[in-house]
Write a protein of this length. Sequence first.
Length: 94
Amino acid sequence: MEYEFLLWADKKRLEELERMKKLNELGDGSCGTIVAITGDSHFQSRITSIGLTIGSRIEVIQNPKKQPVLLYNRDTMVALNKNEAEKIMVEVRQ
């Protein structure tokens, strides 16, 4: 019985991890919630000052290969370069 619970818990955790992606990996039209912001304190301060905070919901408007990621957050359009977007983890909503 204990073993079955561990398998269920591991499967649930795996499903949660599969829903989490770096912002630069999301496609056009993807929606999600920011769950982590990595990087130095200057980067984190700058990102949070433009409204991208943990728990905020975002929608990716455009994510072309060699151009910045364009996203919608709190009634504002924001453009982030790929290196910046790579430092933001998002839980993707279905």
